[in-house]
Design a protein around this ligand. Structure first.
Ligand code: ADP
Length: 458
């Protein structure tokens, strides 16, 4: 069953039951009140009749006595203790059926509502001393037809009112269910459109009160914004990556063709081709490694935190770097720092900056470690080509390279700094970049000290 019909049915049924219960309660309470007040007045009448009967008994015949005191809409009789009546039952006009009511003797006073031929009557029996010294019951039955008629009218009015009240209930239930399900239906339609056309559509939320349904639609739109942004980013990333891989592959292909045609005729041509293929292959390997690191963020950022002596870590990294590239790297430690970080990731960060300093300068690289009041600093300084001021804000973007032609010669993919930024973010480290074109570049890694570290050791 559709949600709309469910809401409609549920509200209608609940309200209908409520109305019926209210009407039925009104009827039951009112009929009880009516019958009990009728019974009370019948009892009073009977008492009055007993006084009259006592006063007149013996002065006239039993039949006449009963006819004098019979109620206008009922019967009167005097029942002896042997359950026979004195003078029979006298009934008023139209109440002949009461004459068949059995003669019963009761020791105590009795007043109740009884049913004769499915019509309600009051029955009052009062024990009374008779002129012959015995005890008799003076029994009076009175019809409740007027009260019954009144109650019938009340019952019909209540039924009509209940049925009339159900009409707006059913209509408002339909309006309510529409109100709730319309935005949901629109959302479903939008989702189907997105699924079918692959377009990132949004819900129109004009002229709506700021209720939960508005909030749901708004959240849906925000989610679509996020999905679209991620989709665009991914598309951009894939197209950048394929673009970057195309150049080395083209170079390799053209040199391989050259080798196939004339490579073995000339030794210089052969050497040049092999060198070019080799260096492009290395570049591609680095590129794919960095791409993989960036793409696999989820797995990559499983941090293995530990307390790190920064001087030791920097010294170790520099030693490895000197051995690998034979470059002069000087280390100055003003004050040592202790921090909490992931050792491998911090090293990776240092290697990215050292690698850039090596690529974009020929002179010695200076590294220093020092402590500020609230942070520890590692500085990597080179005296190389520097970065133009206008390029400084962009160098952390993926694939951004200041001068593509020159960079291709030096190697590099434009991914190093963006990877460094992601690592720094996850370690809670800030990176500052100062550079002057033609003078050199200073990269400062600003990290929290062990005591203030936001990272917690588990
Ligand atoms: P790449 O792999 O090309 O070096 P990066 O993301 O590491 O990519 O750097 C982006 C760009 O920033 C580089 O292309 C380079 O032009 C510039 N750059 C980065 N570090 C330095 C540096 N120490 N000296 C001069 N230029 C630099």
């Amino acid at each position: 069953m559709r949600l709309q019909n469910k809401i409609h049915l549920y509200t209608s049924v609940v309200f209908a039951v409520l109305l019926i219960v209210i009407s039925a309660s009104i009827y039951v309470v009112f009929s009880n009140l009516t019958y009990s007040s009728e019974l009370e007045s019948a009892h009073d009448n009977a008492k009055g009749t007993v006084v009259g009967v006592n006063r007149t008994a013996g002065l006239t015949s039993d039949k006449e006595l009963l006819q004098t005191f019979v109620p206008p809409d009922g019967s009167l009789k005097i029942v002896k203790d042997d359950e026979t009546s004195i003078g029979g039952t006298v009934t008023s006009a139209g109440q002949n059926n009461l004459s068949t009511f059995p003669d019963r003797f009761y020791m105590e006073e009795r007043s109740e509502i009884i049913e004769i031929n499915q019509r309600p009557y009051t029955f009052v029996s009062i024990p009374n001393p008779w002129i012959d010294g015995s005890v008799v019951n003076i029994q009076m039955i009175e019809s409740l037809s007027t009260a019954e008629e009144n109650l019938k009218v009340l019952r019909n009015v209540l039924i009509i009112v209940t049925l009339l009240a159900l009409v707006p209930v059913i209509i408002s239930g339909r309006i309510l269910s529409n109100l709730i399900t319309r935005p949901i239906a629109t959302m479903i339609q939008t989702m189907k459109d997105i699924q079918q056309n692959g377009e990132f559509k949004r819900l129109s939320l004009k002229n709506q009160s700021k209720d939960e349904l508005y909030e749901m639609g708004n959240t849906f739109n925000l989610m679509i914004d996020l999905l679209e942004a991620n989709f665009d980013k991914q598309e951009q990333f894939v197209s950048n990556a394929s673009h970057e891989l195309k150049t080395p592959l083209t170079v390799i292909e053209s040199y391989a063709n050259l080798l196939k045609r004339r490579g073995f005729e000339k030794k210089e041509l052969f050497d040049e081709s092999i060198d070019a293929i080799h260096s492009e292959a290395i570049r591609m390997k680095e590129l794919t490694q960095q791409l993989l690191l960036l793409a696999r963020q989820g797995e990559q950022w499983n941090l293995d935190l530990e307390v790190i002596n920064v001087e030791e870590l920097v010294e170790e990294s520099i030693r490895g770097f000197r051995n690998a590239y034979g470059r002069e790297v000087n280390l100055t430690v003003k004050n040592n720092i202790i921090t909490i970080a992931d050792r491998q990731k911090l090293k990776q960060l240092l290697y990215i900056f050292l690698d850039n300093a090596k690529k974009y300068s020929d002179k010695a690289i200076n590294v220093s470690v020092e402590e500020r009041i609230d942070a520890g600093l590692i500085r990597i300084e080179d005296r190389g080509i520097g970065i133009p001021k206008s390029d400084l804000p962009k160098v952390f973007d993926r694939f951004y390279r200041v001068d593509k032609a020159r960079n291709r010669k030096l190697g590099g993919s434009g991914l190093g700094l963006s990877l460094a930024k992601e690592i720094a973010d996850v370690l809670g480290i800030r990176i500052e970049l100062d550079s002057l074109e033609g003078v050199g570049t200073i990269v400062t890694i600003v990290m929290p000290l062990e005591a203030d570290s936001p990272q917690k050791l588990s």
